[in-house]
Design a protein around this ligand. Structure first.
Ligand code: MG
Ligand code: MG
Length: 265
């Protein structure tokens, strides 16, 4: 069931999503060689709670195992999504995808960004750049009257033109009072297929793109997803609202990129 949002509800979604952007900017300040992913999680958890919100990921149920134990997902190098923060020490040349969710005033925020740790190889930086481009290409496609398949098609075309893999097993989603609502928003698809995009539809678009082939496996912790060939993966995510014109991006990378300056992807 797809819930279209009123303008007031969209403003509440924007507040939760801007807090995600600000939280990711706090993480941007801390990402450097020597920091652990557990330390990043602590920064995010405190920042979110200090701003009157709850980290939605903490305790998120897993039908196959334990609930998610942390407030952000930190997926390093070949990890694609849902990496669990802990003792992993980030080192020069790594990348880390940080996914963050907040809940405040009854509405959810959800956004993700892949950070470089120190000096990262050029082919990996290029993967990040193209994944972020693909996110914005998907968002440009998300206009009233188009279909969900148009978004996935646009993302897939852009990434496959660079010979990257487009992960199929995990997808974007509707968002509102629940973090995951209908419809699913795949990063692949056929033009003209899927649910129609209507004004008030709020969705998270989140390409998960790999340097090698698209196949992924679940790690033994029951959460972390990594590439089968162990090549790097990137993940960028925005929450948007479909409007009569251009999509309204409710989350923001501005806070992050202000911190990263010239090092932004
Ligand atoms: Mg997310
Ligand atoms: Mg999401």
């Amino acid at each position: 069931m797809i819930f279209l949002k009123t303008d007031d509800e969209i403003e509440l979604l924007r507040k939760s999503n801007l807090l995600v952007g600000q939280t990711l900017a706090e993480i941007a300040k801390a990402v450097k060689p020597g920091v652990t992913t557990g330390e990043l999680d602590k920064i995010a958890d405190e920042f979110i709670r200090d701003h009157g919100a709850v980290p939605t990921f903490k305790g998120f149920p897993n039908p196959y195992g334990s609930p998610f134990p942390a407030s952000i997902c930190t997926s390093v190098n070949e990890q694609v999504v849902h990496g669990i923060p802990g003792d992993v020490v980030l080192k020069d040349g790594d990348i880390v995808s940080v996914d963050c969710g907040t809940y405040m005033n009854g509405f959810c925020g959800d956004s993700a960004y892949t950070f470089c740790v120190g000096e990262v190889a050029e082919d990996v930086r290029q993967l990040l750049k193209v994944t972020k481009e693909a996110l914005y290409i998907g968002i440009e496609t998300a206009v009233h009257g188009k279909r969900i398949g148009d978004i996935g098609y646009a993302i897939q075309q852009h990434c496959e033109a660079h010979s990257y893999g487009v992960v199929r097993e995990f997808v974007g989603h509707g968002i509102g009072q629940d973090m995951h609502e209908d419809p699913q928003v795949p990063n692949y698809g056929r033009r003209g297929y899927g649910p129609v995009l209507k004004q008030g539809l709020c969705i998270a678009i989140e390409p998960m793109i790999t340097l090698g082939d698209r196949h992924v496996v679940m790690e033994g912790d029951g959460w972390s997803v990594r590439t089968k060939d162990r090549k790097c993966a990137a993940h960028f995510e925005h929450t948007i609202a479909v409007t009569a014109g251009k999509a309204d991006i409710l989350s923001s990378f501005d806070f992050i990129e202000e911190v990263l300056g010239d090092n932004a992807i």
